[in-house]
Design a protein around this ligand. Structure first.
Ligand code: XMP
Ligand code: MG
Length: 180
């Protein structure tokens, strides 16, 4: 199936059902790994809002949920390489096990920046969870990503929280850009 978003056409890549199945597997793994903890899950806005919602339905250990917002790309299909700011971090994560929940790791620039900012708040531990991971696009040493939904090729994707020019976040499935 294809969708038109603004001036670009995208083709279906990951069906919603497959994403939900993977959320279940990741949630079960987290329940095991964090069974003796009450972690704080931090969703990175805007892209992770649907993933975090579906993931948290599968997390049955006691957990807190919070959000942070960073700005990097703006309406483009490639990285500007600049992360400007983080909003929403506060002292409540001091001494806690933190799980950062991202929509996608591309160059790794956003995540590197985020980890440094979270570390300043002195959490007990930091785990990384990303729905999507583009290994071929990576430009930073981000270490181990604890939870990856799907490794994908280095193509621009949209849907299920991810946007093209702020559109398409409400698509249930994930679509990839078809280059002409
Ligand atoms: P970096 O390059 O810092 O990118 O790892 C992470 C952030 O960039 C956005 N991003 C995308 N957004 N489709 C999108 O809609 C993509 O294919 C894509 N690649 C990167 C995203 O906001 C992510 O948090
Ligand atoms: Mg975006």
């Amino acid at each position: 199936m294809k969708v038109q978003i603004d001036d670009k056409e995208f083709t279906c890549f990951l069906k919603h059902e497959k994403i939900i199945d993977r959320c279940r597997e990741l949630g079960q793994q987290m329940n095991e790994d964090l069974k003796n903890s009450t972690p704080i899950f931090i969703g990175v806005l805007n892209g992770s809002f649907l993933f975090l919602a579906d993931l948290m339905k599968e997390v049955s250990i006691p957990a807190e949920i919070s959000f942070i917002k960073v700005s990097s790309y703006s309406g483009q299909t490639s990285s500007s390489g600049v992360v400007k700011s983080v909003m929403g971090l506060n002292d409540s994560i001091k001494g806690r096990d933190v799980v950062i929940v991202e929509d996608i790791i591309d160059t790794g620039i956003t995540l590197t920046f985020l980890i440094e900012e979270v570390k300043k708040m002195q959490p007990a531990s930091i785990r990384i969870c990303s729905l999507l991971f583009k290994p071929d696009a990576l430009k930073r040493d981000i270490g181990k990503v604890d939870y990856v939904g799907f490794e994908i090729p280095n193509e621009f994707v949209v849907g299920y929280g991810l946007d093209y020019k702020e559109l398409g976040r409400n698509l249930k499935d994930i679509y990839r850009f078809i280059a002409e």
